[in-house]
Design a protein around this ligand. Structure first.
Ligand SMILES: *Cc1c(COP(=O)(O)O)cnc(C)c1O
Length: 376
């Protein structure tokens, strides 16, 4: 009787889609270190180090900062399920897929989403947001996506945050794709609640979502009238484990080795320097843009709003976008992303995130496009 099951051996790929991005061997090695108990004294010190590193990446001093045990979507849900009570009005800017998901989260939490829609490929327009905030003086929260991964657009976070505060709203920001790829300044911009992800510009494997709440947001959660409509993501419970100032108690078993990986990725970011990481993403974007122009390809988004780490590349007329991705994967071991929703078939999404924001990846990508489109 031979055993039919074998160990895994995935092909290494160059990951230039919308995430995950390539993971450095240092991060994978960190994840292979010995698993310890999630209440081990050594691990409790490690948790405080990890929180300090997350604060570094988010540029915040917020006490309530920790990695949610779940992917970016769990961070999103953590923000809304804790801040929104039944009947609360939340103004949500929607200029792509992820803003739409925010609205679903608000409705599930019992809140009343007030969507403000913008064309896909355009940033959130602060003037339109202001009109909506004026028309909804009882709104409690304003939410927006800093870096829309579905379209490759950056919105002006600082302006939007200050505007929402002027209308007495708490500000929730999706920074899943922005952190480490473009400047994110949680304290300077006065963002009240932010969530991010590990698998985009932080280049750790997927599965964790660092979040951070301002004191004002933390106070809002503490003063809730009704219980949080999630047991797992309820901050009043989770913080009994992550806070640490009053001792730690078991809530759920922390994903110990995944947290080692995030830690190593953040140590690497601290070694590089976060400003240098932003600059590297910008430089690789310029390099990619030049390479794509050389094979006759252009970008969807107007220059001032382009994300360097997420390039929406316009599919030329007559080109089979799926066939190009297939050639890239099969011939170059290169993953690029398809368009989502209304941009399906119209764009490719070429990520330059974290470790993948590297000259080698840019060269392979340009080569693959040239080859797949017959311009080699
Ligand atoms: C990827 C992404 C998410 C969701 O993260 P998951 O880890 O896939 O759950 C949320 N928002 C944005 C902007 C993203 O790019």
């Amino acid at each position: 009787m031979s055993n039919a099951f074998t160990s895994l051996n995935p092909n290494p790929r160059v990951l230039m889609g919308p995430g995950p991005s390539n993971v450095h061997p240092r991060v994978l090695q960190a994840m292979a270190r010995p698993t310890v108990g999630h209440l081990d004294p050594w691990f409790q010190d490690f948790m405080e180090d990890l929180k300090a590193l997350i604060r570094m990446a988010l540029r915040t001093d917020n006490a309530l900062t920790f990695p949610v045990s779940g992917p970016g979507s769990a961070g999103m849900e953590t923000c809304f399920v804790n801040l929104v009570e039944p009947g609360d009005k939340v103004v949500i800017a929607i200029n792509g897929v992820f803003g739409g998901r925010m609205a679903e989260n608000v409705a599930n939490a019992g809140g009343v989403p007030v969507p403000v829609e913008f064309p896909w490929g355009q940033p959130v327009d602060p003037n339109v947001v202001e009109d909506t905030l004026k028309a909804n003086p009882d709104a409690k929260v304003f939410a927006f996506v800093h870096a829309e991964t579905s379209t490759g657009v950056r919105s002006d976070a600082e302006t939007l945050s200050k505007l929402a505060h002027a209308h007495d709203c708490l500000v929730v920001m999706d920074a899943v794709t922005s952190v480490a790829g473009i400047p994110v300044e949680i304290d300077a911009w006065e963002i009240d609640a932010v969530y991010t992800g590990t698998q985009k510009c932080l280049s750790a494997p997927p599965g964790l979502s660092p979040v951070s709440f301002s004191e004002r947001a933390a106070e809002t959660v503490r003063n809730r009238m009704e219980p949080v409509r999630s047991w797992f993501l309820d901050l009043t419970k989770v913080m009994g484990y992550w806070d640490g100032t009053g001792g730690r108690s078991y809530h759920h078993t922390a994903p110990v080795n995944a947290l080692y990986g995030l830690h190593e990725a953040l140590v690497m970011l601290s070694e590089e320097g976060i400003e240098n990481s932003w600059a590297r993403h910008a430089a690789m974007h310029e390099r990619l843009k030049a390479g794509l122009e050389g094979v006759g390809l252009g970008l969807l988004v107007d220059e001032p709003y382009r994300l360097p780490q997420m390039n929406a590349v316009t599919v030329p007329d007559g080109v089979d976008e799926a066939a190009v991705r297939k050639t890239a994967l099969e011939t170059y071991d290169l993953e690029i992303g398809a368009g989502l929703g209304q941009l399906g078939g119209k764009i490719w999404r070429v990520g330059l995130m974290g470790q993948t924001a590297h000259p080698q990846a840019v060269t392979i990508c340009t080569q693959a496009f040239a080859d797949a489109m017959g311009k080699d």
